[in-house]
Design a protein around this ligand. Sequence first.
Ligand code: GRF
Length: 225
Amino acid sequence: MTAGATGRRPTAVLISGRGSNLQALIEAASHADYPAEIVLVLSNEPDAAGLGRAEAVGIPTRVVPHRDYADRAAFEAALTACLQEAGADLVCLAGFMRILTEGFVAQWEGRLINIHPSLLPAFPGLDTHARALEAGVKLHGCSVHLVSSELDGGPIIGQAAVPVLPDDDEATLAARVLAAEHRLYPLCLKLLAEDGFEAQGRRLRLRNAATETAQLLNPDPDSGT
Ligand code: GRF
């Protein structure tokens, strides 16, 4: 475990767009007792709105446009160089829309996490809200997981469930899940940064058993949220 000058774990956030999850992480990390500090926000898209969120609070940003690199390996070498220069110890993917190779993932094993808008292993990949509606599930939600070489397939750190309501369309369901994402991601980064965990296959156990139930966020049946 590497701690930064402030004793908090230096964390990079990789984005491609809007950056609302980034915003939730920035807000959590603005508290001095939060165990991770955001030292870099990196985007593969020069126009990503999330870059402005970081700049607004003085967090260093870098743009590594994937189109400028001949292949995935060269792109990832540039990512690694930025992460190393920033002294990142943990990496959060927050709407980062590039697939990472096995080599990159192995380099960050146990320290690279992602948020996905479904209750994995249901609905890996894209269009999760439309697929949840089509499947008729009554609970949907989001998951934060360790990144493995399988798309959306690494050990699950935490999940938040939300109800699927009778009149939902893709937009209303996406908004309800997104609100849950903004609670779940800071919570899971905190658990990773301060407790650490052991993974057995896909099953992940926090080292500090006292916080294990903190991995679950459940719907409030009365509020419909
Ligand atoms: C979120 O729904 C996240 O789960 C998915 O991409 C979206 C990113 O949204 N991986 P934002 O950029 O954090 O607002």
